[in-house]
Ligand binder design. Structure first.
Ligand code: PEP
Ligand code: MG
Length: 581
């Protein structure tokens, strides 16, 4: 009889294979006394263990395909950074010295101190950091116990292509080791949709269902399993009907992927011969590599928050080094660097922002360009670094959350100051650096006729534009049903933006998530968009829809749909698809 279990489907894909249960023996951490003369040796033993853990993580990260697995790489890099954290190291060493105890125990005590601080804070981000520190400490403790790095994976075959691994939970390093062995899919008893195991699995393309309670007691070693990573389902000993259904789904997915590969080097042209520009959104260098591999025409959104989230505000040369390496990697294709967009959903814990930033309604408060203009000396450092990067290849400067003309004027005048300084210092830059605004505030969208005259290009941030237009917080699941691009009011707003931009010959793109969602590609084309920027993994899917769309017909269908509000029997996206046949 078939047994069906449900959990969080966190990494799409179907896996069919043999069940392998991982029963992990937790390390026992005990306290041992040492004498004063042993302290230095104990500290050295601890430092060697940290070094061995660092080496293992670096090797895993190094072996991982840089382009294909950006978020997975980032998680491993975060763990390496945590190992390098001087506070944890210093406190552990001090604890060994003062308490005359073994390194394992000192580390455990430090971990518990950090976690108890975190427990008092009701914050998803902090909780994830706690999970990270726990995993890093566990890795070092394993090294102290001279544990084989793959001990937890003992007994698991080297080749896992037809095997589904069932574990209590998996650390990022364990998950990457399973990935290297070609694991078919993973199921864990713990972990939710935002856990690192979820991000890793999705980034590495390993079908995964997490949070399946008691999976290890309900499933049997060696039995056949089917895992549906999209729906979050696991079938044990599936009957023939289920098996056949999933074999067909698997074959279809394979055909879809092969079809995408074939269009990698073909142009993004519609059936009626219109060329569409496909750019990528990027943050870290791994995404730049991925963008190049996917054949992106350039980077339409290079987010810079990561530079400010990981530590204190970076100085000009540190920023320049990042921007320069991105522009050089793009090798002649444009790099659109967005100035700092902190505040609201993007608040670093490391920066000491004063109260107004953390007000009751942060999305409407002091964020993005508003925050930057509050401290123009700090902001000018970023503008100087962007200008200097433009001396190494085509760069555009994009400013988030522009609301009014005054902000544009202030940015222009700071850019002028920065240009004058760089000229005086004899430093190279592009004198015609294009300046663009993100259109995210509905009033700015409606005032594009006035604002656009002072800009060289615009990029529509649909993630924010929708939240402001629909008064629906982008991160609040309870109002997610309201957050909809197909709302007639949003459609008219978008139509207005592209019409105005067209009239003013102002280059206009969309860089919000909607640009990379193939369900909306035809709609965006019909609204007048010809320049998309999206996460690099989505590029080929979107290109495929463009190549199968007659934009003229889609536009006519949208006009019909919008002009007769009584005739909304057919959902808009279906009406657009129907227009193509
Ligand atoms: C947007 O708002 O659509 C956008 C791309 O910016 P972010 O998601 O970084 O706020
Ligand atoms: Mg935004």
């Amino acid at each position: 009889m078939t047994l069906a279990l449900a959990g969080h489907g966190v990494a799409r894909g179907i896996a069919i294979g043999r069940c392998h249960l991982v029963i992990r023996n937790e390390l026992e951490i005990g306290e041992h006394r040492i004498v004063a003369s042993e302290v230095e040796d104990e500290i050295r033993r601890y430092q060697d263990a940290v070094e061995a853990a660092r080496k293992q993580l670096r090797e895993l990260a190094g072996r991982m395909d840089r382009g294909a697995a950006a978020p997975a790489q980032e998680i491993l890099q975060t763990h390496i950074m945590m190992l390098d954290d001087s506070t944890l190291q210093r406190n552990t060493e001090e604890h060994i010295r003062k308490e005359l105890c073994n390194a394992e125990w000192a580390l455990q005590t430090q971990l518990e101190a950090v976690l108890s601080e975190f427990r008092n804070l009701d914050d998803e981000y902090i909780r994830t950091r706690g999970e990270d520190i726990g995993q890093v400490v566990r890795l070092v403790q394993g090294k102290l116990a001279a544990e084989d790095s793959d001990r937890h994976l003992e007994g698991i075959p080297d080749r896992l292509a037809d095997t589904l691994v069932i574990a209590s939970d998996l650390t990022p390093s364990e998950l990457s080791a399973l990935f290297e062995r070609g694991v078919g899919g993973i199921v864990t008893e713990h972990g939710g949709p935002h856990s690192h195991a979820a991000i890793m699995a999705s980034s590495l393309g390993v079908p995964a269902v997490l949070g399946v309670r008691r999976a290890r007691s309900l499933l049997r070693e060696g039995e056949t399993l089917i895992l549906d990573g999209g729906k979050g389902l696991v079938y044990a000993s599936p009957d023939n009907t289920i098996r056949k259904h999933y074999q067909e789904v698997q074959a279809e997915t394979r055909r879809f992927r092969e079809a995408l590969e074939k269009i990698r080097d073909l142009p993004a042209s519609s059936l009626d011969g219109r060329r569409v520009v496909l750019m990528a959104n990027a943050e870290r260098s791994t995404e730049i590599d991925q963008a190049i591999q996917s054949g992106a025409d350039g980077i339409g959104l290079y987010r810079t928050e990561f530079l400010f989230m990981d530590g204190g505000p970076p100085d000009e040369s540190e920023q320049l080094a990042h921007y320069r390496s991105a522009v050089e990697a793009m090798d002649g294709r444009p790099l659109t660097i967005r100035t700092l967009d902190l505040g609201a959903d993007k608040l670093p814990e490391v920066l000491d922002f004063s109260e107004p930033v953390r007000n009751a309604n942060p999305a409407l408060g002091l964020r993005a360009i508003r925050l930057c203009l509050r401290d123009s000396a700090q902001f000018k450092i970023q503008l100087r670094a962007i200008l200097r990067a433009s001396g190494h290849g085509p760069v555009r400067c994009l400013v988030p959350m522009i609301t009014n003309l005054e902000e544009i004027t202030k940015v222009r005048s700071l850019l002028d100051e920065a240009r004058a300084e760089l000229t005086h210092e004899g430093l190279a830059f592009d004198h015609d650096l294009p300046l663009g605004a993100m259109i995210e505030v509905p009033a700015a969208a409606l005032a594009l006729g006035e604002l656009g005259r002072h800009l060289d290009f615009i990029s529509v941030g649909t993630n924010d534009l929708l939240q402001y237009a629909l008064a629906a917080d982008r991160v609040d699941e309870q109002v997610a049903h309201l957050y909809e691009l197909q709302h007639p009011g949003v459609l008219r707003l978008m139509q207005h933006i592209f019409r105005e931009a067209g009239r003013m010959k102002l280059p206009a793109s969309v860089c919000g998530e909607a640009a990379g969602d193939r369900r909306y590609t035809r709609l965006l084309l019909a609204l007048g968009l010809r320049d998309f920027s999206m996460s690099p993994g989505k590029l080929l899917e979107v290109k495929q829809v463009i190549r199968n769309t007659d934009i003229g017909r889609a536009t006519a269908a949208l006009t019909r749909w919008l002009s007769d509000p009584t005739d909304h029997q057919t959902p808009l996206l279906e009406a657009l698809d129907a227009s193509q046949t």
